[in-house]
Design a protein around this ligand. Structure first.
Ligand code: IDP
Ligand code: MG
Length: 137
C-alpha cells in the first residue's frame, strides 16, 4: 500500500467540488485516511512548494494557493501516487485526458483544482507537512 497527499485547491473549494474530487478517488478504490480543511498563508504555501522556488510562477502560484480554504488529504492504495496523478490529469487542463478532474474543471495551468504528490519522495515531504502520524488512519 502506498500513501500520497492530495489537495483540493482554493479554486476547487470555491467551485463547490470537494465531494466530486473525493468521489473520483474513492470510486477508483483509493481510501482517504486523513482529511482536513485549512487556509495557508503565502509563506506556508511557499514552503509547501519550495521545490518550485526558482520558477517564474512561484509568486503567483503561492498567492493563489493562499487565497482561500483548501482541503488536504492522505490517500492510500496500491500505486496511489500514480493513480491519483492519473485521475487528476495533466497539469495543463488543455493537455489533460478526457474524464480527468483537470480536464473537467480546471480553468488554467495554474488554477487546476487539485494537487497530488508526484513521487514517493514528494509524498514523504508533503504528508508530514500537514499531518502527524497520529492523524492518519
Ligand atoms: P503538478 O501539480 O501537476 O505536479 P507542477 O509542475 O508540480 O504540476 O506545478 C505545481 C503547480 O504550479 C501546478 O499544479 C499549477 O497550479 C502551477 N503551475 C505549474 N506550471 C505553471 C505555469 O507554467 N504557470 C502557472 N502556474 C503553473
Ligand atoms: Mg507537482
Amino acid at each position: 500500500m502506498e500513501k500520497t497527499l492530495s489537495i483540493v485547491k482554493p479554486d476547487g473549494t470555491r467551485k463547490n467540488i470537494i465531494g466530486e474530487v473525493i468521489k473520483r478517488f474513492e470510486q477508483r478504490g483509493l481510501r482517504i485516511t486523513a482529511l482536513k480543511m485549512l487556509r495557508l498563508s503565502q509563506d506556508e504555501a511557499k514552503l509547501f512548494y519550495i521545490i518550485h522556488r526558482e520558477k517564474p510562477f512561484y509568486e503567483s502560484l503561492t498567492s493563489f494557493m493562499s487565497e482561500g480554504p483548501i482541503v488536504v488529504m492522505v490517500i492510500e492504495g496500491e500505486h496511489a501516487i500514480t493513480m491519483v496523478r492519473e485521475i487528476m490529469g495533466a497539469t495543463n487542463p488543455k493537455e489533460a485526458a478526457q474524464g480527468t478532474i483537470r480536464s473537467d474543471f480546471a480553468t488554467s495551468v495554474e488554477h487546476n483544482i487539485v494537487h497530488g504528490s508526484d513521487s514517493k519522495e514528494s509524498a514523504a515531504y508533503e504528508i508530514p507537512f500537514f499531518f502527524s502520524s497520529l492523524d492518519i488512519f
